[in-house]
Design a protein. Structure first.
Lengths: 397, 137
């Protein structure tokens, strides 16, 4: 039942400021981010009794992180479902806090994908190693991550008449937000973007085609980076330095290719109604949508699936610069500059939560006036194949 | 030059599929209880969970569910770029990832739902891959 219960809150955040961090390890980024997020919260390492970790790269999961941090937590969670892992972990932290099993939880992320030249979107299958039951059947056809997402775009265009210009609206507003975020501007400079200023729909359409129909300016960057957040029970949140940002509702889902399925519908169509139902709010009430912008089509599809407009109506919904932070129409979208123009070390889910918290605290570089409610929606895996959707609805104190 | 792209490694569940490809007569697993075909091959029917499966010949015909013209090639596919990766919905129901062949990589000529038929591509002595081409009128 929707009761807007305020049982757990995000009380500390940190986003690692650099997107190119040569000479740093992913663990150094994680550890520094956790320390700063705890500092932001006013809580201490000794308060932490729950660790959530995706086991990405060097983390070692809940066990490895406990060891690294010298902690002996009593809730240990290694949920790893790709880029949406942090939304799933936030859902689990809320659940564990409500169950009385956890009091103060930490989530962290660190990656040096840019410095390692990791081909996140453009690497292919190798056909080597143990035969994964599915990858084994697909690696022979030269698929990349971008190619998989582009297949959703082609079908979306065919079924609903969506155009590349419609999709480009996402790139345009996201870049505007990036130009207002000093960390994003430095990211674009350090990653040697062709330009770091505002862009137009035409600029997007004129950028080179990577995986038809997706253009370069519709694809996220590959950066270094990371961050951390601290989630506390209502009791522990009372001792925090800043006002808590409450976790009102969460939803989790999977989606995969199956007989008769619709490739234009993401896992968000299942996870979002659960989150909205638990939170007791409606999509039209939200001030901010932080949606994983791996590519423009990801956002367009998920805006529909979260209920901001009907399936297939993105093309009309997107008109009129509506995604800007200062638009009269709700919700604003990806106000930190997104994965497209600010931060994408491989798994962006954590940053969706961080910017949501900044907005609901009034700390964003593109602050929405009187922001009250936000959704962070992560998508993990392959949008046109197996993927996950994690929805988290957050509210200002 | 030897074929150097990734090759499937058959598993106990998928070996009959690859064997059928080598014979140039595609077979898919079909549930003998609910009559549904499925792909990829599994230990039981993902619709009704019956393990009463049999391998049956399929038509090799289908339609273009969706596709991408991939300009930024996966490693070892560089010479093929731009190439078309497609998801094909087979007449029998299952969907299959593949490449389109004998087709211009031009969106104007590749409307989704385009009728397709299988082409057996013997890429090595051991492995035959299913590729698809537009059905000629
Ligand atoms: Zn069955």
């Amino acid at each position: 039942m929707a009761n807007q219960a305020r049982d757990a809150a995000i009380v500390g955040i940190h986003e690692y400021p650099l997107r190119v961090a040569p000479g740093r390890s992913a663990m150094q980024i994680k550890a520094e981010s956790i320390s700063k997020a705890l500092e932001d919260s006013g809580l201490k390492y000794s308060d932490v009794d729950a660790i959530y970790d995706t086991n990405e790269g060097e983390g070692g999961g809940g066990l490895g992180m406990s060891h690294y941090l010298g902690l002996k937590p009593t809730v240990i969670d290694t949920t790893a479902v790709g880029g949406s892992s942090y939304e799933f972990q936030t859902a689990h932290a809320l659940r564990d806090i409500r169950a009385g099993k956890a009091n103060v939880a930490i989530l962290s992320y660190g990656s040096v994908a840019a410095s390692n030249r990791t081909p996140i979107g453009t690497g292919g299958g190798t056909g080597a190693g143990a035969p994964n039951w599915q990858g084994n059947m697909e690696d022979s056809f030269g698929q990349t991550l971008i190619a998989n997402y582009a297949m959703v775009a082609h079908r979306h265009m065919h079924q609903y008449g969506t155009t590349s210009a419609d999709l480009a609206e996402i790139s345009v507003s996201t870049r505007l937000h990036a130009t207002r975020n000093p960390d994003a501007v430095r990211a674009m400079q350090d990653l040697q973007f062709m330009g770091t200023g505002e862009i137009s729909v035409q600029d997007v359409l004129d950028s080179r085609v990577i995986a038809d129909p997706l253009h370069l300016l519709e694809c996220c960057m590959v950066s270094d980076g990371g961050g951390a957040l601290v989630i506390a029970s209502a009791a522990a949140a009372r001792g925090a330095k800043k006002k808590p940002v409450w976790i009102l509702g969460t939803g989790e889902a999977t989606k995969y290719r199956e007989n008769g399925g619709d490739i234009t519908v993401s896992a968000g169509a299942q996870s979002a109604p659960i989150a909205f139902g638990e939170a007791g709010v409606k999509p039209e009430e939200l001030d901010l949508a932080m949606i994983y912008d791996s590519f423009t089509i990801t956002v367009a599809t998920i805006l529909e699936d979260l209920g901001f407009c009907k399936k297939g109506e993105y093309k009309d919904f997107a008109k009129g610069n509506r995604f800007r932070f200062d638009s009269a129409l709700k919700p604003a979208l990806n106000t930190d500059g997104g994965g497209l123009s600010s931060n994408h070390p491989g798994m962006r889910g954590l940053f969706l939560l961080l910017e949501s918290v900044r907005q609901l605290r009034g700390e964003s570089s593109s602050q929405i006036a009187n922001a009250q409610l936000a959704i962070a929606h992560g998508n993990g895996g392959f949008l046109g194949g197996n993927h996950t959707g994690g929805s988290v609805i957050l509210a200002r104190d | 030059m030897p074929y150097n792209k990734p090759l499937p490694q058959p598993t106990p569940e998928t070996q009959p599929f690859w064997d059928s490809m080598k014979r140039h007569q595609m077979q898919l697993p079909r549930c003998q209880d609910c009559r549904e075909f499925h792909f990829y091959p599994r230990a039981f029917c993902p619709k009704c969970y019956s393990a009463n499966l049999a391998w049956e010949d399929v038509s090799g015909r289908g339609r273009l569910e969706t596709y991408v013209i991939n300009h930024r090639a996966a490693p070892r596919f560089e010479e093929d770029a731009p190439y078309v990766i497609a998801v094909v919905t087979l007449e029998e129901g299952p969907r299959m990832m593949s490449n389109l062949v004998e087709a211009e990589p031009d969106p104007a000529r590749l409307p989704p739902d385009l009728p397709l038929e299988v082409v057996y591509d013997d890429v090595t002595d051991e492995v035959t891959l299913p590729k698809f081409r537009p059905v000629r009128a």
